[in-house]
Design a protein around this ligand. Structure first.
Ligand code: 13P
Ligand code: SF4
Length: 335
């Protein structure tokens, strides 16, 4: 079934007020639950979570947590990844309809066909994939460790990198690797943050740093602006969402142009209140991430829904690839 055929109206009718916060915290304690939120979540969800961070940090925290229940405020593949790592834990996502257009851009069957065309190639899948795709994968990665993951593979081995073409192009540039084949998938939100828009914003604010997520359609343009000297290259930073928070604390810039989903601005403004953060495209909002509303979170904690299940065979086949992902790359991003 495609996302278009499902009613994606979020659960509503609940205010994120003090009574809501008290009930959420009390129910989380009763359920022995840890609340994890991705950086693209609504501000009120980020603020009530025990941890807010990027995909890699949240996967690591989920794997290490002592809590018997993980409430994953993010999209479905993130909750599924937590379940793959911890099959004995109860994993809840407040709204299981929260999918991902990027994860939908390759199926297990398509990957099997691609592998058959490149026997012996190492398969590197972005964490934004279904459990079925992960089960066909050698190593998973996130935007924060994709370059390190590919560098960990012997140079003479062919690599199949999927599903994001812009992240793939970034990894190819960074590693200089010719034997890296890239699947032509994209995230509809990030692909829509385009080069002309970025160039226009950068020209209007030449001293601003540019924080660019590697899934963006404009990542190549950002490097072009740097290469042509239109923006000094030290001001152009290709970063995962977690690394954006780290950079926000380190930069001397007075303003930063941010190319990623707009939920990110909340953590950035909290991390560095003295800096002006502006979205390159303020319409870049992921409707799936925004389905985790205050009402959905309350429902999850009151009713124990929606529980995430991954069949044991798929989980067992996917676990090694996800385990390698959390072992590679530096801690950060909310850990
Ligand atoms: P990171 O948090 O890994 O940078 O990922 C971004 C993303 O698009 C998740 O949907
Ligand atoms: Fe998927 Fe894009 Fe939404 Fe991230 S922002 S969850 S990649 S659709």
């Amino acid at each position: 079934m495609t996302a278009e055929l499902i009613d994606l109206t979020p659960y509503g009718g609940v205010e994120a007020d003090a009574a809501w916060r008290d009930e959420v915290r009390a129910l989380a304690r009763e359920r022995d639950a840890v609340l994890l939120a991705h950086n693209y979540q609504l501000p009120e969800i980020q603020d009530i979570a025990d941890f807010t961070g990027d995909s890699l940090a949240l996967s690591r925290i989920a794997a290490q947590s002592d809590a018997s229940t993980i409430v994953f405020c993010g999209v479905h593949f993130m909750a599924e990844t937590a379940k793959i790592l911890s099959p004995e834990k109860t994993v809840l996502i407040p709204d299981e309809r929260a999918g991902c257009s990027l994860a939908d851009s390759i199926t297990g069957a398509q990957l099997r066909e691609w592998k058959a065309e490149h026997p012996g190639a190492v398969v590197v899948s972005y964490v934004n994939t279904t459990a079925e795709v992960k089960a066909e994968t050698d190593i998973c990665c996130t935007s924060s460790n994709a370059v390190d993951v590919v560098r960990s593979i012997p140079a003479d081995r062919e690599v199949l990198f999927l599903p994001d073409q812009f992240l793939g192009a970034h990894v190819k540039r960074e590693t200089g690797r010719e034997n890296l084949h890239i699947w032509a998938g994209e995230c509809h939100v990030h692909a829509g943050i385009n080069g002309p828009e970025l160039a226009e914003r950068a020209a209007a604010d030449p001293d601003a740093d540019l924080f660019i997520h590697p899934e963006c359609g404009c990542a190549t343009s950002a490097l072009y602006l740097a290469g042509e000297g239109i923006v000094p290259s030290a001001q152009v930073k290709i970063l995962s969402t977690g690394d954006m928070v780290t950079q926000a604390k380190a930069t001397n810039a007075k303003s930063v142009l941010v190319a990623t989903e707009i939920g990110m601005l909340h953590q950035l403004r909290k991390a560095a209140p003295g800096i002006e953060f502006r979205a390159v495209n303020d319409r870049a909002s992921c409707r799936y991430m925004k389905m985790i509303t205050p009402a959905a979170l309350l429902r999850a904690l009151r009713e124990g829904r929606d529980e995430v299940h991954v069949d044991l065979d798929t989980a067992a086949r996917a676990r090694g690839a996800v385990q390698r992902m959390i072992e590679i790359g530096q801690p950060g991003g909310g850990e």
